[in-house]
Design a protein around this ligand. Structure first.
Ligand code: FES
Length: 105
């Protein structure tokens, strides 16, 4: 297991996201209903950062062409996205948020 501390819980409010560099990989960290989730930062359709998208009801809408993904599972939900997002394990210890290194998979 290779957990990397990436953020403090207080940095994000619910339905907010930020882009992280985790061991050289672009990762988007989301806060949904006071839980934290991580996916690849880049949309699977083209070049857009999902942390800049609109987050609602556990989904993120890509800022470029409005494709949507389920943040918890990475599932692609509507056109034009057809390829699911890679997700990354997250754990919280107190105020500290850790993401499993994408290189550890
Ligand atoms: Fe995300 Fe096109 S780049 S939907």
């Amino acid at each position: 297991m290779n957990w990397i501390k990436v953020a403090s819980a207080r940095e994000l409010k619910n339905d907010e996201a930020k882009t992280l560099n985790v061991a050289g990989h672009g990762v988007a960290l989301f806060r949904v209903d006071d839980e934290f989730f991580a996916t690849d930062s880049m949309c699977t359709h083209a070049t857009a950062l999902l942390s800049e998208g609109y987050v609602e009801d556990g989904c993120v809408e890509c800022p470029l062409h409005q494709g949507r993904f389920d943040i918890r599972t990475g599932k692609a939900l509507c056109a034009p996205v057809t390829v699911d997002l890679r997700t990354h394990a997250v754990k919280q210890e107190g105020d500290d948020i850790y993401v499993m290194s994408p290189a550890a998979k």
